[in-house]
Design a protein around this ligand. Structure first.
Ligand SMILES: [Zn+2]
Length: 383
């Protein structure tokens, strides 16, 4: 993750408590964060002066003087999040509470270079401007697009250099996890793992909504799901990506007589992800051959995810990504059943969910990342 002009940790933590509780008091904040009342009073004064927090009445009496209730001024600041998939660019604006306020999804030529992507991003942002969101934007977050291959971080730095707002970027998996958490799909407390599937497999852990940072090269692609499987270029064999990636789904479909034609797959290098979504949709609508292909991929994914969740004691497993979302019922049932059987046999409890955040959990999460990174209450701070 890269970024600039970070907000102070105390201020960010206080804003997070106020957001989560909707309405709270200084005493409750001090108790929850384990910091002195004086620190909270001083920070809240700063946040109120910046217009980020407002007083909204008095709490019920507990005997003494009634405390003031605090809540977020949700119209004060916005953050924008952006994902760049192979074939489309999604931009969303969220307010201070993380609620989705505006969005735009524009088609993208899979062959588009940085200049062409910048033009489409400009277009999307000007659509946002009509809603008056840009003027109060604290920053823009990018979900690093794995769908665009190795050039992704270069693309994001090119785009960032042309924008007037500070920018931050995180992996698609991190953004999907944050988007899912802020949209209320994950419990407020506990350890959750978000497994995000696009061109590869990413996993991100959130402890009570806070990401546990994983290394740059983190991937589930080479988790072994079958030691007797085909050799992989990593030196192992039977790796997850060989069974469950978009490429694996499309190759399997191409190998079944007449199936690619029936499903309308384009079978080109650039349409691997959208072809995989078509296979998942057909499976969701009861196509038996597509269903068998998806089932094999989901069992491989369930095995890898079980290893992760079981060894770390994860409470909730959330699966995200366009292909999985296209067949969310099948995914929840197939993976849920596999995990439930193994969890029961070993005395564990793991909930399985499929992220439904629209238009893109990564875009919502990237905006949340920008909000958390740049919400700076200092007078004169960008905003
Ligand atoms: Zn491998």
């Amino acid at each position: 993750m890269v970024g600039e002009r970070r907000a102070s940790t105390t201020d960010t933590a206080i804003l997070e408590v106020v957001r989560r509780r909707t309405e709270t008091t200084r005493v409750e904040i001090s108790r929850e964060l384990g910091v002195t009342p004086a620190t909270v009073t001083y920070a809240v004064k700063r946040l109120m002066a910046a217009g980020l927090v407002v007083e909204s009445g008095l709490a019920d009496s507990t005997g003494g003087k009634r405390a003031s209730l605090l809540r977020l001024n949700d119209r004060a600041r916005w953050a924008i999040g952006c994902t760049i998939d192979a074939d489309r660019l999604s931009v969303v604006a969220v307010d201070m509470t993380g609620a989705l306020r505006s969005r735009a999804v524009l088609p993208l030529d899979p062959a588009a270079g940085p200049d062409a992507v910048a033009v489409v991003l400009d277009q999307a942002l000007s659509m946002m401007e009509r809603d008056g969101t840009l003027a109060t934007t604290t920053g823009i977050g990018f979900a690093l697009p794995t769908g665009r291959g190795d050039g992704a971080s270069d693309l994001v730095s090119t785009l960032s250099s042309r924008l007037p707002h500070p920018t931050v970027s995180g992996s698609c998996a991190l953004c999907a996890a944050l988007g899912s958490f802020w949209s209320g799909e994950q419990p407020e407390q506990g350890l959750t793992a978000t497994v995000h599937v696009d061109a590869g497999f990413g996993a991100v852990l959130l402890q009570d909504g806070q990401p546990l940072r994983s290394g740059e090269g983190s991937t589930m692609d080479h988790v072994c799901v079958d030691p007797a499987g085909p050799p992989c270029h990593c030196g192992g064999s039977g790796c997850l990506h060989q069974y469950a990636s978009s490429r694996a789904l499309v190759d399997a479909a191409a190998g079944v007589e007449g199936l690619a034609e029936q499903l309308g797959l384009a079978l080109t290098e650039r349409t691997v992800d959208s072809d995989a979504v078509l296979i998942a949709m057909a499976a969701a609508h009861g196509d038996q051959r597509a269903g068998e292909i998806l089932h094999g991929a989901l069992i491989a994914l369930a095995q890898a995810a079980w290893g992760l969740a079981s060894s770390l004691g994860v409470d909730t497993l959330v699966f995200s990504g366009a292909t999985l979302q296209a067949a969310s019922g099948v995914v929840r049932e197939t993976i849920g059943e596999h995990i439930a059987v193994r969890a029961a046999a070993t005395g564990q409890m793991i909930r399985v969910q499929v992220s439904q955040v629209q238009p893109h959990p990564g875009a919502v999460g990237a905006a949340v990342l920008a909000l958390q990174t740049f919400m700076d209450p200092r007078p004169g701070a960008p905003g």
